[in-house]
Design a protein around this ligand. Structure first.
Ligand code: SAH
Length: 218
């Protein structure tokens, strides 16, 4: 069951503000990103048994062996993406829908792909609860992006591919940015920016994500 938005009562807003303060101290500077993290209730994206831990700066399980990333990583990736002011964004790995909800506050349109139907169903329910309208969800193996909806000004990948597929980079608009964890045991968060036909990769910091997998789980 999805916990109610105000289910944790008064403590939730206060603990949320404490989390924002921690993110500031950790180096997150984009005030719009911080405001989005303050506004979107992370606890509704978790099972009731874990909801009380929603405002700790830690990754938490969402079932099916998947995890909702640590708020610091969500903020960092969103900040890297928003530096390019993208309007149309592709997200690979909807998962709980939390990152999707953050993006929906900051961009015109979010296209999000998930391969596990049960997670997508729950994410949809939560996004509806928040009255999010500018999100389009797709059940598919998103490893190769969403070519029918390309190009995207921003692409954010929330599961780690071993290498970035060229098909995905090709869906980036000119001037756009891709933010993704890449690698197997050693993973690196990277950004790839496109200028015409050239792509510039920048390594940001080591990270740990679940792997990007193939196939759809219905
Ligand atoms: N952004 C999510 C993080 C979820 S974890 C959140 O905020 O909760 C990564 C997610 O990527 C998982 O839900 C997993 O099922 C999904 N995933 C992994 N490989 C995928 C693929 N090839 N296509 C689409 N989704 C994928």
């Amino acid at each position: 069951m999805v916990p109610a938005i105000d289910g944790i009562g008064m403590t939730s807003r206060r603990t949320r503000m404490r989390l924002i303060q921690r993110l500031r101290e950790a180096g997150i500077r984009d005030e719009q990103v911080l405001a989005a993290l303050e506004e979107v209730p992370r606890h509704i994206f978790l099972d009731e048994a874990l909801a009380h831990r929603a405002y700790e700066d830690t990754a938490l399980p969402i079932g099916y062996g998947q995890t909702l990333s640590q708020p610091y990583i969500v903020a960092r990736m969103t900040e890297l993406l928003m530096a390019h002011k993208p309007e149309r964004v592709l997200e690979l790995g909807t998962g709980s829908g939390y990152q999707t909800a953050i993006l929906a506050r900051l961009c015109d349109m979010v296209f999000s792909v998930e391969r596990i139907k049960a997670l997508q169903d729950r994410a949809r329910e939560r996004l509806q609860l928040l009255k999010t309208r500018n999100v389009m969800l797709r059940l598919a193996d998103g490893g190769m992006g969403w070519p029918e909806r390309a190009p995207f000004d921003g692409i954010i990948v929330t599961a780690a591919p071993k290498v970035l597929p060229d098909e995905l980079l090709a869906q980036l608009a000119d001037g756009g940015v891709l933010v993704a964890p890449v690698g197997e045991t050693q993973q690196m968060l990277v950004t790839v920016t496109r200028e015409g036909d050239s792509f510039h990769t920048r390594e940001i910091e080591p990270v740990r994500f679940v792997p990007l997998l193939g196939g759809v789980v219905r």
